[in-house]
Design a protein around this ligand. Sequence first.
Ligand SMILES: [Zn+2]
Length: 736
Amino acid sequence: MPSYTPDANLENISFSTDRALVHVKNMSEKPHAVGFPAHSEVRDYIISELTKLGLETTTQQGYTAGDWGNFSSATNILARIKGSEKGKALLLLSHYDSNPHSSLGASDAASGVATILEGVRAFLKQNSPPKNDIIILISDAEELGLNGADLFVNNHPWVGEIGLVLNFEARGSGGPSYMLLETNRGNARVIDEFIKANPKYPAANSLVYSVYKMLPNDTDLTVFREDMDIEGLNFAFIDDHYDYHTARDNYERLDRNTLAHQGSYLMPLLKHFCNSDLTDLKSPNDSIYFNIPFFRLVSYPFDWIFPMLALAIVGFLTLLFLGLRNSSLEIKEIGRGFVPLFLILAINGIVGYFGWTALKNIYPQYQDILHGFTYNGYAYIAAFVLFSLAVGFWAYHKIGKAKTQNLLIAPLFLWLTLCTLVAIHLKGASFFIIPVFALLASLLILTHQKSPSPYVLLFLTLPAIWIYSPLIKMFPVGLGLKMMITATLLTSLTFFLLLPVFGPFKNKKRLAYLLLVLCFGFLLSAHFSSGFNKENAKPTSLVYILDADKNTAQWATYDHVLSSWTAQYIDVNKTQPNNASYDALSSKYGTGFSYISEAPVKNIAPPKIETTLDTIIGDHRKLEICITPQRNTNRLEIFTNDVDIIEAHINKIELSDYYLKNRKNNKLVTHYISNNDYTELQITIPKESDLELSLYEASNDLLNNPLFTVPPRPEDNIPMPFVLNDAILISKKIRF
Ligand SMILES: [Zn+2]
């Protein structure tokens, strides 16, 4: 990735990170989720910046329910640069809403909006009119249910003209920005064009592409792909995941190098794709691709996977046969080579698998970082990697003297097995064969030369180091520390590929101890930063729940380890909730309350519920119910009894059949409310059925509501993300 240097005075035809940073700062001063006061301020800012560029800007407003019953009113911002030809248009996309309720949204996704604003400004200054139209879409309500993208893709007249989408996103606050491709078919054409565009710092590989294709994912691009079959490229960074969706997603913490990286993608891609043919990016074929130094992005077709594998296997068998014949290989030592291999995989596998669970028991406060990536997470990754290497050296010390070439046979056997499995089940990872060829070359040298040059052998380990070292870090960062086993096993597998260099080492035991000492050093450093402070603040949560039917009230928290702030309310009388009635409340990881405590009943008005229609037509009972907030409200969640819902509309928007058939926890809808808007339900059920609605109306004003005196959080606390927080929740049930 590029390294940032101050560039505010860069000539005006270039992308300047400093100029983009000004936009980030202006957009991330306050939380600006849908329905929040600063939401429209950020929208006005973007519109005025686009207008300053001389672009005619429009908005598109409307309700959508997304795919998961997350309902909101979104207001998209749109602008368009005319192209000179009639081809398909290029869409630049990012979203301007931040995550409710406390995120400042500097990385997610002010960084993306700023990249587009600065990139388009520089592009227009270059004065080279594009062939294709360029559409700019700054979408809304991405954080709630991809509602803005949904609204655009399913309702806007421009959508049919789009050939390719470039989307700028964030899931942390730093690190490299990875290119992730979304397509319903093969990637070959898009990858070809991406390589032709020649971005300077491509960070992408087809392993991630294959994994991503297997997971259910949700970015704005998913809506374009699923609903309109449009190809897209995501550019998203995932390091420093602990900042994601928190109050620390702020201007200061956005990594400047990362923002420069986003710009380094946008400029060449914008230039390339606004002049190339976007009508024909669909391809039935897939390519393997990966990035390595000097070569940027390397790719080859999936068709090569099996020939390359066969070549490697034939090469291996030939070298084995020749080596045994000229006695440079020896059966007994080859057999002994399997012992350290299994030892290393077993020990590192077990430690990687149970390590994180053990650490969570020692440090229970880690459970309150719901992301699963703690502030000291990088120290833990380093510790586990060093441990895995120590085990590697120790195991090869244990087997005593053996010729290196004999020790290479077991790892080659393992790697070829792995490559065969990958070729069948995870094709995108088939570039794993490249370092195996390098290892075969080392075997050739070792079996045919008396005193091979260590430099040549070192050179042959470079592919392994280049390809695997970034992945060793990327997996636990991307998937969370619970997946530490990916780091320990990948380190072990990489270690095997480095054996031509490590094998002849005389001091393996001493090296093992040294690495172990270093490992303890990182564990110790992690221990001393396992607590919380102003810089690394503890996520805490507090909710006041009023049961409007029973007229009782409770304090509730999602904290596992209470902070002194939470403990003011969740006191000695706390209990663990014994019924799961609140567990279905929307939260990213399905988190339930950990403790509740008695609370005084306050006089807060529940929503007004009016039934405007309740009639039977044929076999159906049709109901129309209007729910109007009687106070400042941010969210209304509605659940039903176990009833078969034939049809449902929310504020005239239909919930899809698929959703109604696959509802979880009997959730009907979550309405993220703007301007205290009402929720009008039209529901059709079988005529003999009863309908029971459970309403949970939440406002995020617990800390500034005059009925309460909850003090502000201390400096070393931040609002816990992903859950309902700092909220006043009213629950009410009604039967019809
Ligand atoms: Zn986002």
